[in-house]
Design a protein around this ligand. Structure first.
Ligand code: SF4
Length: 482
């Protein structure tokens, strides 16, 4: 899809909005200079002296919509016009309306602070064309999130540790993670260097008098490490950082096929108090479709084992919109998960990779997938709310089925502060390990600077000195802004 723009500069905004409706198409935004040959399918947008217009032509469908120029927000008016055109073309009305950003809750908070809750909701509904359902969800999530954000202080930080290995690769995964079958030889040297990086990071944090609020060991699948390796890792954290004010310590035990009693014991003895066991679905056929290489029963058994070992806070991750999943099967997955009674449940919506194209069939698939995932999320809200879970963090990605959202639901007191701090970019996150990103945040402002570690374990292992060198940036940042 080519998107032409004439006499305005809303390139980025138009590209994002076009992607909501045509998530699998290659989108090219071009400045129209006059006289070019525009080949279908294309969208043409223009702002002239007295009006704005948008035309969509795919070779058959050809429609132009216009609106008079007013004194209001020009960008919003143009996006509304294009939204209307795309809706007519696809027959699909995205529930998040014009909102294309990753963090709608941040926007809701800003609007509430500026204009109060009632007006903020009205702005979401009437200006941004967000559905009533999603406006209410954003409003409620913002309320629950705010309580956690208020806990963060000027010198707070969180620690993220990356274990970029998995037992095998899931088909939908977009993370940098290596199958341990292929990368086994890298694990031991990786762990050795990671311990060094943890110690160095702790020295820096101590010299800056930073206060560790939350720890998150993610990846990848940290429980691909053996119990002994987990012990080494956790001991390094415990002996290097002051954990006396740490309010949460999570180890992602994502793949049920990696969880053993010994590993769970090592995790608990190492000081962690929260794990995440991620079935994604309890439908074995769907698990096979996505290459998870474990069964639903294994996920249930892993959960029960974690309880037996004494884990008091277990989160479970699910995905709505997986290939081959139906509304009935999703319902039965959620019902099964709820029977286990985890403290928190995170429901993601699948991010698409496959192309469905700009064909009539493609449009139908787009619409149908969106409707199905949307019904799954409606059921989630109904079921989890009735059981006392509350939405406490929410984010969106591009190319999500139905342009929907990921939501963390938790029982009172079991919200993950780390998830909230990271999503809101509340305070500094010091990252260790391959693929980890250190995010340096100036308290109370929007200033955020990043220091990247190398993505892949082999780069991490061979260029470790450069990673340590880059850490100087942390001290420099704090010298400048604190
Ligand atoms: S377990 Fe998670 S990180 Fe690993 S491949 Fe699967 S989706 Fe990706």
């Amino acid at each position: 899809m080519e998107v032409y723009i004439f006499n305005h500069d809303y390139l980025y905004e138009l590209e994002n909005l076009t992607r909501v409706f045509f998530p699998n198409d290659k989108i090219t935004v071009l400045k129209y200079m006059g006289g070019e040959d525009m080949k279908p399918p294309f969208v043409y947008t223009a702002i002239t002296e007295d009006k704005m217009e948008a035309r969509l032509f795919d070779g058959e469908f050809d429609k132009t919509v216009t609106a008079p120029l007013t004194d209001g927000d020009e960008e919003l008016a143009l996006m509304t016009l294009v939204f209307d055109l795309f809706t007519q073309y696809t027959g699909y009305v995205p529930k998040w309306g014009l909102l294309t950003g990753v963090r709608p809750i941040k926007l809701m908070r800003r609007l509430k602070d500026d204009m109060g809750e009632g007006e903020a909701k009205k702005y979401f509904r009437e200006k941004l064309l967000v559905s009533e359902e999603k406006t209410d969800l954003a409003c409620e999530t913002e309320k629950n999130e705010r309580k956690i954000l208020d806990l963060s202080q000027r010198n707070s930080f969180s620690l993220y540790i990356s274990i970029p290995f998995c037992p095998s690769r899931c088909s939908y995964c977009s993370f940098v993670s290596q199958s341990v079958e292929k990368a086994k030889h890298l694990v031991e040297p990786y762990l050795e260097l990671l311990v060094k990086e943890i110690k160095k990071t702790a020295e820096i944090a101590e010299s800056l008098k930073l206060n560790l609020e939350t720890v998150y060991i993610g990846g990848g699948t940290p429980t691909t490490l053996s119990a002994e390796q987990l012990k080494i890792l956790l001991d390094a954290i415990k002996s290097s950082f002051d954990l006396s004010n740490c309010r949460e310590f999570t180890v992602e035990a994502g793949r049920p096929d990696t969880i053993t009693f010994d590993k769970l014991k090592a995790i608990l003895e190492g000081g962690a108090d929260r794990i995440s066991v991620n079935p994604q679905t309890l439908n074995d056929n769907v698990l096979e479709n996505i290459g998870r290489r474990h069964t639903a029963q294994q996920a249930i058994d892993a959960f029960k084992l974690a309880r037996q070992a004494g884990v008091g806070h277990i989160n479970m991750d699910l995905i709505a919109g997986l290939p081959g999943d139906t509304i009935e099967s999703f319902r039965s997955t959620l019902d099964g998960i709820c029977e286990l009674d985890p403290e928190s449940i995170t429901v993601h919506t699948l991010s698409m990779k496959k192309s469905s194209g700009l064909t009539a069939e493609g449009k139908q698939i787009l619409k149908q997938e969106g409707i199905t995932a949307s019904l799954m999320l409606e059921y989630t809200k109904e079921k989890l709310s009735a059981l006392g879970y509350k939405p406490y963090y929410l984010y969106r990605q591009s190319r999500m089925v139905g342009n929907l959202e990921n939501v963390g639901w938790a029982k009172e007191g079991f919200e993950s502060s780390y998830n909230v701090f990271v999503m809101d970019e509340t305070h500094t996150v010091l990252g260790c390990g391959a693929g980890a990103v250190t995010k340096l945040k100036e308290f109370g402002t929007d200033r955020l600077e990043r220091i990247f570690n190398f993505k892949y374990p082999y780069e991490y292992n061979t260029r470790f000195d450069e990673i340590i060198e880059r850490k100087k940036g942390i001290t420099e940042f704090y010298a400048k802004y604190f």
